[in-house]
Design a protein around this ligand. Sequence first.
Ligand code: MG
Length: 159
Amino acid sequence: MRIGFGYDVHRLAEGRPLILGGISIPSAKGLEGHSDADVLIHALIDALLGAASLGDIGTHFPDDDPYLKGADSRELLKKVMVMIRGKGLDIGNVDTTICMQQPRLSHYMAPIRESLSSILDASLDQVSVKATTTEHLGFVGRGEGASAFAVVLLNELKG
Ligand code: MG
């Protein structure tokens, strides 16, 4: 078994879409970034790469690469899963937390979880998605940005 951890932060800005785990969420502000700024998928990618000792998201998807401008992070996650399986590893389970003050994300937990489990080709039981505010403290609490944490356990494929 191999464990991995990932963390990411993106700034919130008006006029940007809010996309978390590949799901579009109605919001006055969205996350800013070179790609679609899906902070949850980015943290998850770093956790997967970390578990497989394959570097980090910036190694594989540099944020100055014009090809990646506006990139759909689901496609990046799919590419990472090919790398993971190429190393003879597969998902044991995934646990994630999104930190965001607004909007409230409780209604979106189920669709985000379904979205991630589909991309990972894992069962719902293998994928956990949680959300928390930070009680108005810090950059998340002030609504300046969002962060996400992810841990994954990978198992070696048999045979
Ligand atoms: Mg990022």
